[in-house]
Design a protein around this ligand. Structure first.
Ligand code: FES
Length: 694
């Protein structure tokens, strides 16, 4: 592994080196990194071994949710993915159960900070920031907290341009830039206090919220109004080898690559064809990582067709109606075995194939992080929920729902608002809707003039091409944001290329027949290298399903408003111009399947509860014996009793119940008790070692 030193979209900052040790080895990381990223930088993916079966442990979520990444720092187990690296840190792997410190030192107990505020927002991602902006602009006293070191939540991982509308959700801008825009506007509001590196530990029945402030001090906040914008956690999947280091969530991969600038893999395989998986594939390619393939269990990918097209054009094999059979390797992922499935989702015998890879990304959906919301409701807080914690959708929808929930809080405060919340909610529903099947479109080309061509054939909420056209000639049918765009042609296109540069799906090209009717100029967007492409350079022109031909670049430029999207113009025969959708620099190297002796796999090779290493076989055994109570399952197997508190395994166990013919209504749910996040007990007393205080 290595750090990323150039990237087509991300600016690479000068980073100060930080020395640390891991199990006695002297290593170097970079300032501002968390421990897990520093270990990955040093090619270390195994952070310890489990007490139950000595299985290797590494990261899964890189987001503080799964509790897999424990390491020992100063005798205390910490989550490697959430703990900032410090100069001289002595880090040890966590093998077996962490031990208590050898001597029990006396401590001094400190007071907790008590703070009243009008609004407390938990989570400074797209929804939380957008809400803080609305409330702060109304002079409401707000505290917004986030467990990360910077504002923006998942926005800081998103190098692609956003969908939606420019007016409402900054469509056409990249997530990383939206994080800055929203973050700066919230920072400029003096009545909004921002606490970073601050974790919400619990909501209490007396209306207080317990926070570990800035990773140091316990604070209790009494908010009049509470907004939960805690985002989502990644779903796990059941298959043999599912906890091997090297199997991790697509969000974890984006954190390593796009936030911490680690080239976390050489060859990655993606499981899941929703937007998260498709986007992670494109991000991998931008970071110089080979994407061996992507599989999707359904007959079509569930993500946006334009994201899928981007990957297909670059030659990534996308195999629908396929599933993962196993992740293979003793200590780390060495390969993946996949197979085709039928309509009933049964594996079709004989279709198994194995591909070498070092990383398998699980991108099979997200679950809302809503336990604080549920508890706060139960305890009678005045509480609202926004973003993914409310309903899983695109980050652009989260920006919008943050705004709506903030307006609802203002209404509750009897502050007059001019916006019609009902109308905004209707629009939010559009933004949150699952993408429909793509439509067959028959593009009409005329061999004269200059005009944009839209390879956009799915009714998704997106229209920045309509707002960016200075000639006001690009519209959607009936001006509805989910309808497909088209060029009206009432006024001439001036060939500015803004519609090509703004399109988040990279699905617009410009065809110019003005100088040569047989060999028009075609302009494509390009976002795959930092180096500026040059006139005369050879590139491969592709359609959405095949390579067409190699041509020399006629012209390459960037527009001031879109500095990271190169506009590359190529002259080509009209018959190719009518199919061409993109360019690429290299021919695709397709990976061939490898031979692998597959030992027979059983239900006991698949882990449900990562923390306590409970297998599918164990759970099924107790379900077969009549257990339908989660608490009983816990007592019998320890499932859900580990450090993560059942956050990762609960949806998987519900799925096993369903597979066994038992519906959710027939199951007695497990009791959920605060705390929802692990924390050293001394934090509650603001305990300090006496010696440290001297
Ligand atoms: S990888 Fe650190 S908590 Fe999940």
């Amino acid at each position: 592994m290595e750090d990323i030193t150039k990237h087509p979209i991300l600016d690479i900052p000068e980073r100060k080196s930080v020395s640390f040790s891991f199990d006695g080895r002297k290593l170097t990381g970079f300032e501002g990194m968390v421990i897990s990223s520093a270990l990955f930088l040093n090619k270390i993916k195994i952070f310890g071994h489990h007490v139950k079966d000595n299985s290797p442990q590494g990261i899964f979520c890189a987001n503080g949710q799964c509790a897999q990444c424990n390491v020992i720092v100063n005798n205390i187990p910490v989550k490697a993915c959430m703990t900032p690296l410090k100069e001289g840190m002595i880090i040890e792997s966590c093998n077996g159960l962490p031990e208590l410190p050898p001597e029990d030192k006396a401590v001094n107990v400190g007071d907790s900070e008590f703070i009243d505020t009008e609004v407390l927002i938990i989570g400074a991602g797209p929804a939380g920031l957008s809400a803080a902006k609305i409330l702060g602009e109304q002079n409401i006293n707000v505290i917004i907290i986030d467990d990360k070191a910077e504002l923006g939540g998942k926005l800081v991982l998103q190098t692609h341009k956003f969908f939606g509308s420019q007016k409402d959700v900054y469509a056409g801008k990249r997530g990383i830039d939206i994080a800055k825009i929203l973050g700066n506007s919230v920072r400029s509001l003096s009545n909004v206090r921002i606490w970073l590196d601050s974790v919400c530990l619990a909501v209490f029945s007396d209306g207080l919220v317990g926070i570990l402030k800035e990773n140091k001090k316990y604070a209790l906040i009494k908010p009049k109004y509470l907004l939960i914008a805690t985002g989502a956690r990644e779903k796990m999947l059941l298959f043999p080898g599912n906890t091997l280091p090297g199997v991790y969530g697509a969000g974890a991969f984006q954190t390593l690559v796009n936030r911490d600038l680690i080239k976390a893999s050489e060859k990655v395989f993606i499981v899941g064809g929703g937007n998260v998986g498709l986007i992670a594939g494109y991000h991998a390619i931008q970071a110089g990582i080979e994407v061996i393939g992507l599989i999707e269990a359904l007959p079509q990918c569930g993500g946006y067709k334009v994201h899928e097209d981007k990957l297909r054009r670059l030659g990534v094999p996308i195999l629908t109606s396929h599933t993962i059979i196993s992740a293979n390797g003793e200590k780390n992922v060495k390969s993946i075995t996949i197979a085709q499935i039928d309509k009933e989702l049964n594996t079709i015998s004989g279709t198994e194939k194995t591909f070498a890879c070092d990383t398998i990304l699980i991108a099979v959906g997200l679950n809302p992080v809503n336990e604080f919301y549920q508890k706060a409701k139960e305890f009678g807080f005045k509480v609202w929920v926004a973003g993914d914690a409310q309903e899983i959708a695109e980050a652009s929808a989260a920006i919008f729902t943050g705004r709506i929930e903030a307006l609802k809080i203002l209404k509750e405060m009897r502050i007059s608002i001019t916006e019609d919340i009902g109308k905004l909610e209707d629009f939010a529903d559009l933004m949150k809707a699952k993408p429909p099947h793509p439509i067959e479109i028959d593009i009409k080309f005329k061999e004269e003039g200059v005009y944009p061509v839209f390879y956009c054939n799915q009714e998704i909420p997106c229209n920045p091409c309509t707002t960016v056209c200075e000639q006001e000639q690009i519209v959607t049918i009936d001006n509805i944001i989910t309808q497909l765009p088209y060029f009206k042609g009432e006024k001439e296109c001036i060939g500015c290329g803004k519609c090509v540069a703004v399109c988040p799906g990279l699905a617009v090209v410009l065809i110019d027949y003005r100088k040569d009717q047989d060999n028009p100029l075609v302009t494509f967007p390009f976002e795959l290298t930092k180096e500026k492409l040059e006139k005369g350079q050879k590139v491969i022109v592709v359609s959405n399903d095949k390579d067409l031909n190699t041509y020399e670049i006629h012209r390459a430029r960037t527009l001031k408003e879109f500095p990271k999207t190169q506009l590359v113009t190529i002259k080509m025969p009209s018959e190719f111009a009518k199919q061409a959708t993109a360019i690429k620099l290299f021919e695709t190297k397709y990976s061939k399947p490898i031979d692998l002796y597959q030992k027979s796999l059983t239900n006991d090779d698949t882990i449900v509860c990562r923390c306590e290493r409970v297998s599918v076989g164990e759970i099924r055994k107790w379900i077969h014996s009549g257990v339908t109570d989660f608490n009983e399952l816990k007592a019998l197997t320890k499932v859900g009793m580990g450090a993560c508190g059942g956050k990762t395994c609960t949806p998987l166990i519900e799925r096993i119940f369903r597979e066994e013919g038992i519906s959710i209504d027939e199951i007695t749910p497990g009791t959920k008790r605060p705390l929802f996040i692990e924390v050293p007990m001394g934090i509650f007393a603001n305990a300090k070692n006496k010696k440290e205080e001297l």
